[in-house]
Design a protein around this ligand. Structure first.
Ligand SMILES: [Zn+2]
Length: 71
């Protein structure tokens, strides 16, 4: 993380605490990054995304179970 990014995150933390709407941030508190760098990780949950996530969980469980059954 660069110093300017760290300073901006701290500044926007303070601004948000003072009432600035979260969607006006140019930095991401969650990812400690510029907002544009992780924008694709903040898409709202849609049915399709939830289903894709559930399929991924199933896939991981299936592989874990298969790995345990092998000698
Ligand atoms: Zn983020």
């Amino acid at each position: 993380m660069t110093n300017s990014l760290a300073r901006m995150i701290a500044r926007e933390d303070a601004l948000e605490e003072a009432g600035m709407p979260a969607d006006e941030r140019t930095t991401c508190y969650a990812h400690k990054a510029w907002a544009f760098e992780c924008a694709d990780q903040h898409l709202p949950l849609t049915a399709g995304r939830v289903l894709a996530a559930l399929r991924e969980v199933d896939r991981v469980r299936w592989h874990a179970a298969g790995a345990r059954r092998r000698p």
